[in-house]
Design a protein around this ligand. Structure first.
Ligand code: ADP
Length: 177
């Protein structure tokens, strides 16, 4: 059975899930938007683990399109999975990197045994990706990964911050069905 894909309008940091995905930047040391909100609500344990990752395997930071898990601190989750979305470009097609964020995050989620995973709309904030295109890429990448790599994940939840984003994801889901 493939996992179900669900939509919620709300704040990612308030979600209960086995894993919450962070739209991080490659420094892993915090930022604005989702990143800042997750660190604020999750407390210092997340940043401590990010610093350890930077001191170890990710000395140069987390490359765009990849994902790595840490503790979720005080969040209502077991793990935060940090992924770095591409900055949107009008001249270069970076869609494969955005799709990779979803695929790699789901791989990490499977590796830590997560059954429920909540995603924000990666790259659609400070990184400037148009919501309709980002939604289409996100929905397709998640569906494809779930179909090709069955694992423990039972629910993938997109958590959209406002009504417009929610409706755009609703349309993308309907178009993919
Ligand atoms: P990026 O740098 O990848 O663009 P941002 O965090 O700036 O990431 O924004 C990604 C998306 O998440 C945007 O659509 C933004 O409106 C939304 N967002 C910001 N804060 C939250 C939150 N607390 N919960 C869910 N979505 C959020």
């Amino acid at each position: 059975m493939t996992a179900r894909v669900t939509l919620v309008r709300g704040d990612l940091t308030q979600q209960r899930a086995d894993a919450l995905v962070n739209a991080a930047n490659s420094s892993l040391l915090g930022g604005g938007g989702v990143d800042g909100a997750l660190h604020r609500r999750g407390g210092p344990a997340i940043l401590e683990e990010c610093r350890r990752l930077r001191a170890g395997h990710y000395g140069k930071g987390l490359p765009t399109g990849q994902a790595v898990a840490t503790t979720a601190g005080r969040l209502d989750a077991a793990h935060v999975i940090h992924t770095v979305g591409p900055v949107w470009s009008a001249t270069e097609d970076r869609s494969a990197l955005l799709a990779s964020c979803y695929r790699e995050s789901l791989r990490v989620a499977a590796a830590v045994g997560a059954r429920t995973v909540a995603f924000p709309a990666v790259s659609t904030g400070v990184y400037g990706w148009p919501m309709d295109d980002a939604a289409r890429i996100a929905v397709h990448a998640v569906r494809e990964t779930l179909a090709e790599e069955p694992g423990p994940v039972e629910e993938v939840r997109f958590v959209l911050f406002d009504d417009a984003a929610y409706r755009t994801f609703e349309e993308a889901l309907a178009a993919e069905a």
